[in-house]
Design a protein around this ligand. Sequence first.
Ligand SMILES: Nc1nc2c(c(=O)[nH]1)N[C@H]1C(S)=C(S)[C@@H](COP(=O)(O)OP(=O)(O)OC[C@H]3O[C@@H](n4cnc5c(=O)[nH]c(N)nc54)[C@H](O)[C@@H]3O)O[C@H]1N2
Ligand SMILES: Nc1nc2c(c(=O)[nH]1)N[C@H]1C(S)=C(S)[C@@H](COP(=O)(O)OP(=O)(O)OC[C@H]3O[C@@H](n4cnc5c(=O)[nH]c(N)nc54)[C@H](O)[C@@H]3O)O[C@H]1N2
Ligand SMILES: [Mo]
Length: 663
Amino acid sequence: MSVTETRIVRAVCGHDCPDQCSLQVTVGDGRVLRVAGDPAHPFTDGWLCGKVQNYEERVHSPDRILTPLRRVGPKGEASFSPISWDEALTEIVARWRDVQRRLGSEALVGYAYSGHMGLINRNLPRALFHALGASQFQSGTVCDSAAEAGWTRALGDTPGVDPETVVESDLILCWGANLATTNVHLLPFIERARARGARLVVVDPARTRTARMAEWHLMPRPGTDTALALGLMHVIVRDGLTDLDAVRASSIGLDRLIAETLPAYDPARVAAITGIEAREIERLGRLYATARAPFLRIGMGPSRHAGGATTIWTIALLASLVNSWAKPGGGAHMDSVKIWGWNYGALRRPDLLKRPTRTINHSLLGRALTEYDDPPIAALFIAANNPAVTCPDSARVRTGLAREDLFTVVHDLFLTDTARYADIVLPATTALETDDLYRSYGTYYVQYAARSIDPIGEARSNASLTAELAARLGIDDPVFTRSPREHVAALLAGATGPTGALTVEELLTGNPVKLPWGVRVPLARFEAEDGLLPSWSEPAADPRWPLHLLTGPGHFQAHTAYEGVERLRRREGRPTCLLHPFDAEARGIRAGDEVTIANDRGAVGLWAEVGAGVPSGTVLVTTQRSRAAYRHGGPLNVLVGDGLSDFGAGATYQDTRIDVRRG
Ligand SMILES: Nc1nc2c(c(=O)[nH]1)N[C@H]1C(S)=C(S)[C@@H](COP(=O)(O)OP(=O)(O)OC[C@H]3O[C@@H](n4cnc5c(=O)[nH]c(N)nc54)[C@H](O)[C@@H]3O)O[C@H]1N2
Ligand SMILES: Nc1nc2c(c(=O)[nH]1)N[C@H]1C(S)=C(S)[C@@H](COP(=O)(O)OP(=O)(O)OC[C@H]3O[C@@H](n4cnc5c(=O)[nH]c(N)nc54)[C@H](O)[C@@H]3O)O[C@H]1N2
Ligand SMILES: [Mo]
């Protein structure tokens, strides 16, 4: 009998999640045996979420792709046969060169998205496509670009406050963020504040897990938050609940907003818009303005509407209106991205792009694949993203992916819906099989992690695949042959702000390092640079589609990234939609019924739940699944249009109008 020698190594969770946990990985015989939260990381604090606590099941999932594959059947049907890496790369290089020769380099587009959040693996592929002169890709419009643009309009380059400071707060206003699912490691900090008397107030149309924890839950109609925020401002200014001179000292446009905008947002009108009673609006305005140190946590949900960037702009201004930034425990947090001052250009290398090329918006991928010509997209490379499920207008994405004249390469761990359309599928590593530097977008921690185990099967990381492709394409810039240590040094060379004080040596120890947090009172823009003031307008209604569809992340899934883990698939359960009892009764629908959600774009079959967890008129689906998980017609985003937000060019998932029927 042989005894496996085991050891514990440090790693970082590579998922797209604000917590970015620090891991202790038990390895033996080249396998991951166990994963635990690192007690030495103050935010992770020794525990993990339901998705990652059995991460070994994902690393060693029997569904993982272990060799390159070449398509042998029709696109979309997933008929592949294994080929060698050499054959795969030879074919990719030949096909890309052919496309460049026939149609020019802009006919090529490639990107890596957020399946791996390490800076090296996420950013290095960009350098390759810059060097190739490909069409540029604006990624992130499927996620946070509208929210970021709104925040920036309000507060410039101010980062969200350190989330750990929430312990000092006496009022936590959680606005459109489902923390108990999407930012779980913040909860113990909130609980510490509550143990000292703080109150938690949630603003979300859905009665989420987070809302169920709160002292008070307000349920606005989806997409009406701009009006709600302006209504709170109306009450705060009308009742003299803030020191306006102090606000003026660090803001622009306050008096114009007070004179021109706020009169139209009295509680009665805002009640009619939002569905929240006038006296509740009064009460929240008073509570927020009179708290000692109100902590405003803004989520992504409210940004995913046609007016979504303005919504985030307006909500973010509240923290300035009550002068909360200078108070420990106060201020606002949406994310911490702006605290980081890495020299990202050292990895992305925009200088390698010799001529400007067109930019393709991630949220419009389907349109780009089906409509763009001059030149059409003829070669597509996708890593760490599953757009056939998660992009808006996913039916159009599939139509594009099904084009016979499109050469598609997909780099993933699993045979996702997107990979099923590929000409060549390349096996990817999990983050535990890579070396990378991870900076959190929800905290102030950064941590380097060397690989815990060698790659499984023939899998390769984004970084090593990029390096190999560059070599075969004859691109000899040194960025493609740098060691991880050299990449870290390059990211630090010319880094700005507190990031500039970090050293390669301290990062490469593998210990989590926290950037210092200093109180910073931002200049708040109540008036945009072009003179615009925030306002709300009613989106056009279509009586044929009376219900509003809300969608969001699954509790036991990270978008679709855990579909390869059977236990988590089972825990997530079958896809359901939650209907208010009024809406269910009006349609003769009972809990457990087979139902179809439909609009002009398509019809998707799932199962009904009935309850008061949504306001009447709103339907909630909290998971993203592959087409096969639905009874028919999936995935869900066939119902979602590709309209963009008012500014920030972001997706508008939460603007989807539908109806639901039995059967
Ligand atoms: N378990 C798990 N965690 C995740 C993810 C995952 O897939 N699974 N995904 C990760 C990623 S990529 C991201 S970007 C983050 C997102 O995390 P969050 O910022 O929490 O964003 P969402 O969950 O998309 O939306 C948050 C809430 O907004 C609400 N909402 C929708 N429309 C409106 C509105 O008009 N007004 C208001 N007030 N609320 C609204 C939704 O009901 C939802 O409860 O989570 C990350 N964490
Ligand atoms: N209706 C609706 N749609 C949404 C949202 C919503 O709230 N509602 N949320 C949106 C948001 S916030 C986001 S961020 C997007 C997310 O959309 P996607 O980026 O498509 O998210 P995932 O399904 O997690 O896909 C990531 C893929 O990366 C793979 N992967 C993991 N690690 C690696 C790696 O190291 N290398 C490579 N090459 N692959 C890897 C995983 O196996 C997985 O297939 O979805 C968006 N779509
Ligand atoms: Mo996201």
